[in-house]
Ligand binder design. Structure first.
Ligand code: BTN
Length: 329
């Protein structure tokens, strides 16, 4: 049933602002005109706007401003990309859902996408605000054929690949703040990444890459305490952003970044992307997490993806994990 909707929507997306005749749709989809009319009525009920003229047919005028599975599917068809995708209206956390499905033996790779999360998780046990249906809550699940220490630069790579995708396709330039944040030009956070893995001694058994990307949320859509800290694609771009199209395109971009990673061919793009999107090199930062907090100037990263920090005394330190605060002084 959802399949008919996605094929129907695909015809409208292909036609852009041209009309699509009800007769033609009925013939091409192998159903009656009444069935088409019923479908369009249902889609209208879900927030799609169609104009209708008896002579020419229908034009798709606008789509819902939240994730709608048949529309994501229609965009994926247009991209000629058909990943295994689980869509949920609401879930605790897409990462947790992906982990449960992996534990139950579901074949990987697959993606989990939710309109809302009620227990979205961030790094270091934090919460991820997930109550806006125009943002993206997405997890990709893999059983990768790689050794555990090859997973280290993975999150950075995925973040850089996403920055490159947004830059090229939407003209939106975000920065990557090591190790897992994507920032707007004003320093507010637009996206966070959370990679979780189960490891054997010599291979990664299962890996889940989670992305929370604020797409259409406006300042007032965030709780008061996040308004100074969080931003969204819509707040940094004047383009008309359609969440379903963005979701499909990002899914494809991340999938392909993962394939390049697994095949080991990501390395050639990593440094050029890092040089373009990293926001820390040359900056004075404070890094805390375990043990003594450290301060110094960031001098780049090493090939494992660890941060290279030069202390005020000139000492070079290699930091493999931590929470970075940019120092203003
Ligand atoms: C962070 O910045 O601390 C990471 C945030 C990661 C949030 C995403 S939303 C989709 C996926 N499911 C979760 O529960 N978390 C990640």
């Amino acid at each position: 049933m959802a399949d008919l909707d996605s094929h129907l929507l695909r015809h409208f997306l292909d036609a852009r602002d041209q009309s699509v005749s009800g007769d033609r749709l009925a013939k091409e989809l192998g159903v009656s005109r009444v069935a088409i009319w019923n479908r369009l009525e249902r889609l209208r009920g879900a927030g799609f706007v169609f104009s209708a003229s008896t002579r020419k047919g229908y034009v798709l005028k606008s789509v819902p401003r939240e994730l709608y599975p048949a529309l994501i599917e229609a965009h994926l068809q247009r991209l000629n990309f058909q990943p295994k995708l689980e869509f949920l209206t609401e879930v605790d956390s897409t990462n947790s859902e992906a982990e449960r499905r992996l534990a139950a033996g579901q074949e990987a790779p697959f993606a989990v996408l939710a309109r809302l999360q009620n227990a979205g998780r961030g790094r270091l046990g934090r919460k991820w605000h997930s109550r806006h249906p125009g943002n993206l809550y997405l997890s990709l699940a893999f059983r990768p054929l790689i050794a555990p220490d090859r997973l280290k630069p993975f999150t950075l790579w995925m973040g850089l690949a996403l920055c490159a995708h947004l830059d090229k396709n939407l003209g939106i330039r975000l920065g990557l703040k090591w190790p897992n944040d994507l920032l707007a030009p004003d320093g507010r956070k637009v996206a966070g990444m959370l990679t979780e893995a189960r490891l054997d001694a010599d291979r990664v058994r299962e890996c889940v890459f989670g992305l929370g990307l604020n797409v259409t949320a406006q300042r007032e859509d965030f709780p008061e305490e996040l308004r100074q800290l969080a931003s969204s694609l819509a707040q940094v771009s004047s383009a008309n952003l359609e969440i379903n199209q963005i979701a499909a395109e990002i899914l494809q971009a991340l999938w392909s970044a993962w394939k390049d990673y697994e095949a080991g061919i990501w390395i050639k793009s990593f440094m050029p992307y890092w040089e373009r999107y990293d926001v820390l090199t040359g900056k004075f930062v404070k890094i805390g997490l375990l043990g003594e907090p450290k301060e110094g100037v960031v001098r780049g990263i090493n090939e494992e993806g660890s941060l290279i920090l030069q202390s005020p005394a000139g000492l070079t330190q290699v930091i493999s994990s931590g929470e970075v605060t940019l120092r203003k002084d």
